[in-house]
Design a protein around this ligand. Structure first.
Ligand SMILES: Cc1cc2nc3c(=O)[nH]c(=O)nc-3n(C[C@H](O)[C@H](O)[C@H](O)COP(=O)(O)OP(=O)(O)OC[C@H]3O[C@@H](n4cnc5c(N)ncnc54)[C@H](O)[C@@H]3O)c2cc1C
Ligand code: FES
Length: 345
């Protein structure tokens, strides 16, 4: 057992050699930025101020050799070797966000487009899921496999939990969901999940205007976040960019347009398509979604940005908004939809 000191705030907690510093921090009721929990997204990157850590497997692109030499670490896969002091980008108390494991029953499977399924599931009677809009759950599958999906509905409207799931061909879980496996998932099936997880949620203490960037099913947590912000009466202007390859990928385009019509002074919606064909007759914005943001907001120094979806979009947005548009790095919040199979079981 090692003692960890987490800065800022000088929080002290114990960490077993076999658990990650992130796991121990969460157990101690502390919330630091994280996403995939598997060394794939980089959200939990922190600085080791003193002591040493041993890393479990991670994607080399997430933590370069130079960063490692500078004392950076990925807390989700870093194990302490003795007493360690770590500095994270942000530390806050988890409050009432207790992570639970429970069964759930699939209520409906609705195809939003050829490769996106809207899944709704029900919790056991008398159970509730405490979460913040933007967080995600993990389905717990055979052989210790787990797969992460963001919750698409806000906590005030959570009679059923809604997920937007893209089919990853060859994927262990989504092949079952899309019925291309010998054990398809059907309505009324019981699955187990754990949640809620993640540090992607609205920073309600800020008054800065918000830019939201969704790519593909990255719309799911962004939807929860927008609906939550409207529900609490937030007066912060929100500009939502939703990118897809083809118009069909913007599978809830009408809903986003409805927000804009209902709240014209608060919500602006900009759909962006990167690979429209003649058949699509697309008359809207084209190209990469984060480039559209940069064209409209050359100065992001007074904004907060919330980005979700394909890792390439999230990584490009973070790098370019910070280096070219003056966005303070701590005002960029993201969940990168990394593939579980690439780093773990
Ligand atoms: C925090 C978070 C939130 C997310 N939220 C969402 C969401 O709301 N909606 C959504 O659609 N997605 C989301 N994702 C992404 C989703 O979790 C992944 O796409 C998930 O891995 C899909 O599960 P699967 O079992 O179908 O695919 P996997 O089994 O993980 O397979 C993925 C791909 O990897 C290949 N593969 C299999 N084994 C290996 C191996 N050993 N090495 C390399 N490649 C392999 C497969 O053939 C397949 O093409 C999220 C991810 C994270 C981290
Ligand atoms: S790399 Fe640690 S949470 Fe994603």
């Amino acid at each position: 057992m090692s003692q960890i000191t987490l800065e800022p705030g000088h929080h002290r907690f114990a960490c077993d050699a076999e658990e990650s510093i992130l796991t121990a921090a969460l157990r101690a009721g502390l919330l630091i930025p994280y996403g995939c929990k598997s060394g794939a997204c980089g959200s939990c990157k922190a600085r080791i101020l003193s002591g040493a850590v041993r890393h479990g497997p991670y994607q080399p692109t997430t933590l370069s050799a130079a960063e490692l030499a500078e004392g950076k670490a990925l807390l989700c896969v870093a194990h302490p070797e003795g007493e360690v002091t770590v500095e994270a980008r942000d530390v806050r108390k988890a409050g009432d966000l207790v992570v639970k494991t429970m069964p759930c029953r699939i209520e409906s499977l609705e195809r939003a487009t050829d490769d996106v399924m809207i899944v709704r599931f029900k919790l056991p009677a008398n159970e509730t899921l405490n979460y913040r809009a933007g967080q995600y759950i993990d389905f717990l599958l055979k052989d210790g496999k787990r797969r992460s999906f963001s919750i698409a509905n806000p906590p005030h409207d959570a009679a059923l939990i809604e997920l937007h799931i893209r089919h990853t061909p060859g994927g262990f879980f989504t092949d079952r969901l899309f019925g291309v496996s010998t054990s398809p998932i059907k309505p009324r099936d019981i699955l187990r999940f754990e949640g809620a997880h993640g540090s992607f949620f609205l920073r309600e203490e800020s008054t800065k205007p918000i830019v939201l960037v969704a790519s593909g099913t990255g719309f799911a947590p962004i939807k929860a976040l927008v609906e939550h912000a409207l529900h609490i009466g937030s007066q912060r202007p929100m500009t939502l960019y939703w990118g897809g390859r083809r118009p069909k990928d913007l599978y809830l385009n009408d809903l986003a347009e409805t927000w804009e019509r209902a709240h014209p002074s608060l919500v602006r919606y900009v759909p962006v398509v990167s690979e429209a064909t003649d058949v699509d007759a697309w008359g809207g914005r084209t190209g990469f979604v984060h480039r559209a943001v940069m064209a409209d907001f050359p100065d992001l120094s007074g904004h907060q940005v919330y980005a979700c979806g394909a890792p390439i979009v999230v990584d490009s947005a973070r790098a370019d908004f910070v280096s070219s548009c003056g966005l303070p790095e701590q005002e960029f919040f993201a969940d990168s939809f990394t593939l579980a199979a690439a780093t773990s079981s």
